[in-house]
Design a protein around this ligand. Structure first.
Ligand code: 0L1
Ligand code: MG
Length: 260
């Protein structure tokens, strides 16, 4: 069936997720799927999830680091929406049997103390609105075959969202230099990648300001209490059965991830 409108795009993406059957790019079937329309698909998809009982808990940025942009071949950051169904408690293994082709990436995570609404949000005003910063992992799971997508495709797919884990050590953002906050990513005890917060748009607060301004242009705000994932610091790691990952942050503790 060819996809030509928002509701059939939402249905196709929900079906791919529910049946764990990845599909081809929506943009190959629907030439009119531009970026604005893709965000309308994303909103409609989230509205369906909320109607089914989920609660919006925050937002995420994607493709904010060069590592992620180069790997995915897309140079523009994007935003997506987090619901409570994406929360994976720290001690729960990643449920591989519910996913298609999961990958994990370490992230810096904000919890907002004040609401933020663009336009005109700077990194400084953005950071002043943050209550706490944490280390975390995001588990992504594209609904497109082999993560083969363009920007409107991945925006429509709520930026490959599947699960996220927030670490147990929260700090006030003025207690540390987030550009210099480092993460060492290991799999099975072997270090596979490293990065600092500067990987994310020069400073994670720049990513937060970018999100506030992009959402503001679409008439939305980041509310107080929202969780904000600022984007993968490193390239994402494919998850395999029994794998154990660790993201060791300089001041934000170590976040562990085991795979079921
Ligand atoms: O944090 C990120 O950069 C997530 C990007 C989501 C798109 C993807 O890599 O599948
Ligand atoms: Mg991410």
């Amino acid at each position: 069936m060819s996809i030509q409108d928002i509701s059939s795009a939402v249905a196709a993406l929900r079906r791919a997720e529910a049946t764990r059957t990845p599909r081809g790019r929506l943009t190959r079937e629907w030439e009119g799927l531009d970026l604005d329309t893709a965000y309308r698909v994303q909103n409609a998809l989230v509205e369906e999830r909320v109607a089914a009982g989920e609660t919006v808990v925050g937002i995420k940025l994607g493709l904010t680091s060069r590592a992620k942009q180069e790997r995915m071949g897309i140079s523009s950051p994007l935003t997506a929406v987090l619901t409570d169904a994406y929360i994976l408690p720290a001690d729960v293994p990643v449920p591989l049997d519910r996913l298609i082709q999961p990958r994990a990436e370490p992230e810096l995570v904000f919890v907002m103390g004040q609401p933020l609404r663009g336009p005109g949000v700077t990194a400084a005003t953005a950071l002043a609105a943050v209550d706490r910063v944490y280390g975390g992992f995001e588990i992504i799971d594209s609904r497109y075959v082999d993560y083969d997508f363009g920007l409107p495709d991945v925006v429509a797919d709520n930026a490959s969202s599947a699960f996220f884990v927030v670490g147990g050590v929260g700090r006030r953002p003025d207690e540390l230099d987030l550009a210099l906050e480092a993460v060492v990513l290991s799999v099975g005890g072997d270090v596979v990648d490293t990065a600092t917060g500067a990987a994310v748009q020069g400073h994670p607060a720049e990513a937060l300001a970018l999100a506030a301004n992009a959402l503001g242009a679409r008439g939305q705000e980041i509310p107080a209490g929202a969780i904000v994932l600022t984007g993968g610091l490193t390239d994402a790691i494919a998850l395999t059965p029994g794998a154990s990952l660790a993201a060791e942050f300089t001041h934000l503790g170590t976040v562990h991830l085991s795979v079921g």
